[in-house]
Design a binder for this molecule. Structure first.
Ligand code: PEP
Ligand code: MG
Length: 764
């Protein structure tokens, strides 16, 4: 039964539609349990009715017509108790209920299990049998199945895939959905749905005559040329808006179609297997996609999606589908299952105001590009009613990752006002660029930038960055198909240092692992966030570490600015000592080579809670501390930063975090060492005020957030920030602390700097 369960679960998650999955579910359950009937019910949250969705065993019933009223029948008890009910003689149960076409009492043996999603019952899975009682094994089987089917069912409910009898079809009322805040800003416009042109999976396996091979190869070559040409044209269109590093992403994309790689494999498949060229494209691309998608790394999985996009474009060209549809009206919001980098380039930039992608993550090309193009974007919007969305009016809130479908006129007006407020505040912020970050009572706070792409340099300086607080060196490592050489690294680092000179530049040594993988250096682990990450990797690979540090010294030679080397994911003292020895070695090596290197400042990131308890020793060994709140929060609260299931537990304002941050700042100051924050917290207005009040010397953040935080610093007093911290330290929940800081900002007349509206209700 275990194998049957695994097979069924895997078949259900194999990309089949919900209606097919439901039909498959009930049929297979009757076979596996050897019972007479299996039924799948959905709970209509509005009416609390249970509506039959799929059935195996009863004859001639129309599933959607069968509705069990609230709290009725034995099935109603399953909902009420939220637990399985296994009965041998249901006829005698006082609650038994009779519905025409679906008799609870038709079979004496009854096994019902609730389908639960986020603690709520969303449906019931029911098995009935004439002769055989259901065993404990059967109960376990059905419960496991219900647990894994819960995601399908709740997704289908959210996306209106299920025609609930209480909801008129194609309902046009305002609906709110949630995704990741991919790129900040608000866009209000019309959805333009893009479909992938042709599905790799839909191509049939067709054998051809040897005499047809040449023709098939020609078909493929022509299609390939069309796709490459389209991509090149897209790249050209983007050249003026994107920097060199983002354009390199396009090159990586195009590189996948280099003649000697995948295309050659397709040709060989056509020739050796004597198959249709479309069959060959489908099988070669699908194989590579599967390999990439099997990887635990989100980076590689994203590359799998790039490959799918390319394969499907080639198919579309072979099927003579209209491969480019440029005609989109002004104020368009591009929506797709997987918005690809190339889709973005196909549409005229002046008509595009926002992006929504069902698939994707913070690593996706589309997210990086949307940010570079300054387009509000929500990514990973799993529940939007994709099939119905074309031409509907839409609001994309890239501040919070919210999407409003069919906004009511009042909602549109509200968001449009927010856009205006935001625009006029942005204009005010532009004037701050060259003004110092000083509080009203004269305390200087350093506002630095977190950076990774060369193209972000000028934008960061334009937005007023006074230094680099975090250079994520893994970014230039990830944009390649091999490790960059020492000289390649030197050039990239030098570009940043030169542009910022004499401002300080903090170079973090390679921080891979967790959710950050390099395409050419796979780390496959069961529990990657607790595995081989950051300094653990580079201390095991002194070649990488030394090469990087040497490149940093060389890049810094002859410049005025101080080189700051920062060590990520340190969890004990020994790691600091070893890393320092390697840094000394690199320093000796480069000076022996004649490089005019200066002694660097060495700092550690506080990301692992163990260091909080060793802070007195740590601070003695280093020149500065920087708190990486993104990771510290996840390790402090044991809630992964990338898992939406536990997103509610991942709270940067949790009292434990507030106390930890305070303790770290106090220790650093007692030792007269500077301390900064370079997690996302520093770039939020609420977090910045709290960290200033705790005495943090450096706030390092994404360039976009700099002007807003600087504005707050210039309009608040240190005394007020300290008072806020003193009160926050006595509070008991992140919500209480967060709301309190917001209230204080409102009270001080600083609400303009908060995102132009409160977090939407769906966030709590
Ligand atoms: C952090 O963990 O807070 C941090 C800045 O590092 P990253 O987000 O790159 O892991
Ligand atoms: Mg980190």
């Amino acid at each position: 039964m275990q194998d049957a369960l695994q097979d069924l679960i895997s078949d259900l998650s194999g990309g089949v539609s919900f209606s097919r999955a439901s039909a498959m579910l009930v049929t297979r359950v009757t076979n596996i349990l050897n019972c007479d009937v299996c039924s799948l019910f959905v709970l209509d949250s509005k009416t609390q009715n249970l509506q039959l969705l799929a059935n195996e065993g009863y004859r001639d019933i129309e599933p959607n017509r069968i509705v069990v009223p609230p709290q009725t029948g034995v099935i109603g008890l399953v909902v009420k108790r939220k637990e399985p009910l296994n009965l041998t003689n249901v006829n005698e149960h006082p609650d038994v209920y009779f519905v025409e076409g679906h008799e609870e009492n038709a079979y004496p043996n009854f096994l019902g299990v609730p389908i639960l999603s986020q603690r709520r019952v969303v449906g019931v899975l029911l098995a009935q049998s004439e002769y055989d009682e259901f065993s404990e094994d059967d109960e376990g089987f059905l419960t496991s199945l219900a647990t894994s089917f819960a995601t399908h069912l709740s997704h289908a409910i959210a996306t209106n895939e299920i025609a609930l009898s209480s909801v008129p079809p194609k309902q046009r009322e305002e609906q709110h959905f949630r995704g990741y805040a991919g790129s900040p800003g608000i866009a209000s416009g019309t959805a333009v749905l893009r479909h992938p042109h042709a599905q790799l999976e839909d191509v049939t396996y067709r054998v051809i005559e040897p005499s047809e091979i040449d023709h098939e190869l020609m078909e493929f070559n022509e299609a390939l040329a069309i796709v490459v040409q389209d991509l090149n044209q897209g790249r050209e269109r983007m050249q003026s808006v994107l920097g060199a590093e983002e354009l390199a992403l396009f090159d990586a994309y195009l590189h996948m179609l280099d003649d000697d790689s995948l295309p050659q494999e397709v040709r060989t498949t056509v020739m050796n297997e004597c198959v249709w060229s479309q069959t060959a494209v489908s099988s070669v691309f699908s194989r590579h996609i599967r390999e990439l998608e099997r990887s635990e790394s989100s980076y590689l999985a994203e590359r799998g999606q790039d490959l799918r996009d390319l394969g499907q474009r080639i198919l579309a060209a072979m099927q003579r589908q209209d491969h480019v549809d440029n005609d989109i009206p002004p104020n368009s919001i591009l929506v797709a299952q997987e918005v690809s980098a190339s889709m973005l380039t196909e549409v005229p930039a002046e008509n595009l105001i926002g992006v929504v992608s069902v698939e994707g993550s913070m690593n996706s090309h589309v997210t990086i590009l949307a940010r570079a193009l300054n387009l509000p974007a929500v990514i990973g919007a799993k529940d939007i009613p994709l099939l119905d969305i074309d031409n509907l009016s839409l609001i994309v809130d890239g501040f919070y990752g919210e999407i409003v479908v069919n906004p009511a006129p009042a909602t549109v007006t509200h968001f449009e006002e927010l856009v205006h407020v935001e625009e006029s505040f942005q204009a005010e912020l532009e004037e701050l660029r060259d003004l110092p970050s000083v509080t009203l009572d004269g305390e200087r706070i350093n506002v630095w930038v977190n950076i990774g792409l060369v193209s972000e340099i000028s934008r960061s300086l334009d937005l007023g960055a006074e230094g680099i607080g975090l250079f994520r060196t893994e970014v230039p490592f990830a944009n390649r198909n091999r490790f960059p050489t020492e000289e390649e690294q030197r050039r990239i680092y030098r570009e940043h240092m030169q542009a910022f000179d004499p401002r300080p530049v903090t170079m973090r040594t390679l921080d891979i692992g967790g959710d950050k993988d390099l395409p050419y250096f796979k780390i496959e682990e069961e529990n990657p966030f607790l595995g081989w990450r950051g300094i653990r990797v580079t201390l095991d690979h002194p070649d990488i570490f030394l090469g990087q540090v040497r490149a940093m010294f060389k890049a810094n030679a002859d410049l005025e600015g101080i080189l700051r080397i920062m060590l990520p994911m340190i969890s004990n003292i020994e790691e600091i000592e070893i890393a320092k020895r390697y840094i000394e070695q690199a320093y000796r090596e480069v000076t022996e080579e004649g490089v005019n290197a200066k002694q660097p400042q060495i700092g550690v990131m506080i990301e692992v809670p163990s260091l909080i308890f060793q802070r007195q020793q740590v601070v003695k060994l280093v020149d500065f501390l920087a708190v990486g709140t993104n990771d510290l929060t996840q390790y402090m609260l044991a809630a992964s930063r990338t898992n939406p299931q536990v997103a509610e537990l991942y709270q940067e304002f949790d009292p434990s975090m507030v106390h930890a941050l305070r303790m770290l700042a106090k220790t650093a100051h007692e030792a007269r060492k500077p301390i900064g924050i370079c997690g996302e917290l520093a770039g939020t207005v609420e977090g910045a005020v709290m960290c200033i009040g705790m005495g943090y010397d450096v706030l390092s953040m994404n360039a976009t957030n700099i002007p807003r935080v600087k504005w707050v610093i210039r309009n608040i007093t240190m005394t007020n920030c300290r008072r806020i911290v003193a009160r926050a330290l006595r509070m008991q929940s992140s919500k209480e602390i967060f709301n309190f800081i917001r209230e204080q900002l409102h009270g001080a007349g600083l609400d303009k700097a908060l995102p132009p509206h409160e977090p939407p209700a769906i966030f709590f």
